[in-house]
Write a protein that binds this ligand. Structure first.
Ligand code: NAG
Ligand code: NAG
Ligand code: NAG
Ligand code: NAG
Length: 377
């Protein structure tokens, strides 16, 4: 007779199998439904738990704003909700950011001639006083300060131009241009394109690579989260409401001033390429077109965009640029992911560009010669 101490040989594996089954099911359950609390997860099985930060509550919606951020948010939404005041004599402000003299004044004069009551010009010459080739530019300089490439002084110059241009209440749209920019269409076309829509043309895309999100700094938290960090060319064109918004913001601006600069944490961050795309992505994403109306050719994949020489400037080149109706963004990581989006204007697919850069001064004669032709395309 077996004593009570002896288990039957068939019972032991059954007991072990039951235990193993239970452990396996628990592990599977852990993978499928990880515990909600980090401590529980860590205690039960540390290898299915993400890093601690993933367990923090999602900041996005539950975060309590600081005083400054709350104030900024309220002011910004107030600005965005106020309907635009229709001015009787609506003008576009053309704001030129240049180191000194501008090689294409004669071409711009041709562009502006006959439309005197519908534009105003502001010139920020950061290095030396320009010598003007056209009377249209006489007396257009505003007080300027030095601009260092890639630094916050670039954004400051843009804001200085906006502030000066906003003083004239007739200005309803504000275009930022450089001395190497040229117009691609005639004045009426440009005017109707910009004034006929309610969006600002701010270039904005998400670049997961080293020249995009790779430039983000954790110091921008809590106001600016990594997934909101955006990139885009600086050459914007904004409606009046957005121009006011840019001047009203100091909370987000300060984050870029402090933590997006060349040499920041061993990386180079350029505020003029990230501040406005990120700001508008956060506060008014549907109010911007996500492309810039100024064309530039990055297709050579170099550090600087292609700059056109006199021999490059042909009718065919200008026709090519003016017929582009998709905006293209390429990520800066090794995957080089191409994002292609149609340029949609008031629901219609249209050519994307009104202006183009960069042109060497030597192209002036060819451009003057071609102007009458390419502006009627
Ligand atoms: C712009 O918005 C205003 C009011 O929000 C509207 O009345 C106007 O028609 C819009 N203009 C265009 C061109 O969509
Ligand atoms: C621009 O992109 C944002 C997403 O970042 C999107 O919400 C918005 O609708 C886009 N703007 C237009 C005019 O399509
Ligand atoms: C214009 O575009 C066509 C077609 O994409 C291309 O073959 C040609 O080289 C371009 N010409 C210039 C001058 O860019
Ligand atoms: C302008 O276009 C006309 C007609 O297409 C052409 O005959 C003329 O040569 C063009 N002018 C220039 C400067 O290309």
């Amino acid at each position: 007779m077996p004593t009570p101490r002896h288990r039957s040989p068939s019972r032991r594996p059954l007991w072990i199998i039951a235990l193993l089954f239970f452990v396996c099911m628990s592990l599977i359950a852990l993978y499928v439904y990880p515990p909600r609390r980090y401590s529980t997860c860590y205690f039960l099985s540390s290898n299915v738990c993400g890093p601690f930060t993933e367990w923090l509550p999602p900041v996005r919606h539950s975060r309590v704003y600081t005083d400054n951020e709350l104030a900024a948010r309220v002011v910004i939404s107030e600005i965005l909700s106020v309907p635009t005041v229709e001015s009787k004599n609506t003008k576009i402000a053309f704001m030129f950011l240049t180191p000194g003299s501008m090689p294409f004044e004669k071409l711009w004069e041709k562009f502006f001639l006959g439309h005197e009551d519908r534009f105003s010009i502001y010139v920020h010459a950061s290095r030396e006083k320009p010598v003007h080739a056209s009377p249209i530019f006489f007396g257009t300089e505003i007080r300027s300060e030095k601009v260092a490439w890639g630094k916050i002084s670039m954004v400051d110059a843009e804001k200085r131009l906006l502030a000066n241009a906003l003083k004239d209440t007739d200005n309803q749209h504000f275009v930022l241009l450089s001395e190497s920019c040229v117009p691609l269409h005639n004045f009426d076309y440009v005017y109707n394109y910009l004034m006929g829509t309610n969006v600002s043309f701010i270039d904005c895309f998400e670049d997961p690579g080293p020249h995009g999100t790779g430039r983000y700094s954790q110091h921008m938290l809590p106001e600016i989260e990594k997934e909101d960090f955006r990139k885009g060319a600086q050459w914007f064109s904004v409606k009046r409401q957005h121009a006011v918004l840019i001047l009203a913001d100091s909370v987000y601006y300060t984050k870029f001033k402090l933590y997006c600069r060349p040499g920041m944490e061993g990386r180079n961050c350029y505020a003029d390429e990230h501040y406005l795309p990120t700001l508008f992505h956060m506060v008014d994403p549907s109010g911007i077109a996500n492309w810039s109306v100024t064309h530039v050719d990055w297709s050579e994949g170099k550090w600087h965009p292609k700059a056109y020489r006199a021999r490059d400037v042909t009718f065919e080149l200008l026709k090519n640029i003016t017929s582009i109706d998709e905006s293209i963004h390429v990520s800066s990581d090794s995957k080089k992911v191409v994002q292609r989006r149609p340029c949609v204007w008031n629901g219609m697919k249209r050519p994307c560009y009104l202006f183009a850069r960069k042109f060497y001064p030597e192209t002036l004669d060819s451009l003057m010669h071609l102007f009458s032709n390419y502006t009627v395309i």
